[in-house]
Design a protein around this ligand. Structure first.
Ligand code: PLP
Length: 292
């Protein structure tokens, strides 16, 4: 139950439906965002709302999709969805998808529809794992060509790679996957950016083939404040194995420590001290307990 914003109107949750000939359902091209609202003293606050909406428009632009609303309208719609559903905290999912008025691969002649849903969502990778860290494996599904070079778009089609990688990892008893590029360099998780810490320096893959994460960007502001050096570079698999600490970041995963990669213990095998510090800063910021 609840309300979903669909093409400019608040629609009851059960009535927010699409036709089976919806183009995006057949060919998989749509663009979306993952956004969170957190409980603060002043009520629910959507973290980095404008940045998420901006990325939604950039994703659409990359994919040649036209969004028939402006950013201000979609920002307000997200605020309204949280409010109308009476949520204190929420995960929000804006999605732009092509209509059902024509089949065939060509999509730029079709209408673009926009929907925004919100629901309560706890720790994406598990509450306990935020404290103790997750176990991950390097995925056998490397990221190739279009997916790799077009990954600034948070587009549904790009998630085939992520879905196969996550499915494989979970089926093998791990919590998440670590995806490599075609040359074998570390990219990201199925829905998270990756960081490692070695000898007091933080390393993260440069943005060539990973999503420009909004949580990732927030981590950069923290490390600057703390005076911890951070280096963007190509990272190899063996560098991950001998890291002192490692963690994932994402709107859904927040700051999740990694305690094991490919059955090798990372550092002390639990959440490391720098990871813990950054995680605390993150939760303080999203809950409005520190300046934005
Ligand atoms: N990488 C991928 C592939 C993602 O889907 C996400 C999730 O949005 C991220 C990284 C993290 O990005 P953000 O911190 O903006 O949520």
């Amino acid at each position: 139950d609840g309300w979903i914003w669909l093409d400019g109107e608040m629609v009851p949750w059960r009535e927010a439906k699409v036709h089976v000939l919806t183009h995006t359902l057949h060919y998989g091209l749509g663009v979306f965002e993952g956004v969170r609202a957190y409980k603060t003293e002043k009520g629910p606050a959507i973290f980095k709302l404008e940045e998420h909406t901006k990325r939604l428009f950039e994703s659409a632009h990359i994919m040649g999709m036209k969004i028939p609303y402006d950013a201000a309208t979609l920002n307000q719609a997200q605020i309204d969805v949280v409010k109308n559903n009476g949520l204190d905290s929420a995960y929000l999912r804006p999605l732009c998808f092509y209509g059902s008025e024509g089949m065939g691969i060509r999509a730029d002649c079709l209408a673009t529809h926009v929907m925004i849903a919100a629901w309560e969502w706890g720790a994406y990778l598990g509450e306990d794992n935020l404290k103790n860290g997750i176990r991950i494996r390097v995925s056998s599904y490397t990221r190739h060509q279009v997916n790799s070079l077009m990954c600034k778009a948070k587009a549904t089609g790009n998630y085939i790679n992520s879905m196969l990688a996550l499915q494989e990892a979970v089926n093998d008893g791990y919590d998440e996957a670590l995806i490599l590029d075609a040359s074998g360099y570390v990219m990201e998780g199925s829905g998270e950016n990756f960081f490692l810490i070695k000898d007091g320096v933080i390393y993260t893959p440069d943005l060539t083939s990973v999503l420009n994460g909004i949580t990732r960007k927030t981590i950069f502001t923290f490390t600057k404040e703390l005076g911890i050096p951070i280096v963007e570079k190509r990272i190899t698999r063996d560098e991950v194995y001998i890291a002192d600490e490692a963690f994932f970041t994402g709107t859904a995963a927040e700051v999740t420590p990694i305690r094991e990669v490919d059955n090798r213990t990372i550092g002390s095998g639990t959440r490391g001290p720098i990871t813990e510090k950054l995680q605390t800063m993150y939760f303080d910021q999203v809950h409005g307990r520190r300046a934005d």
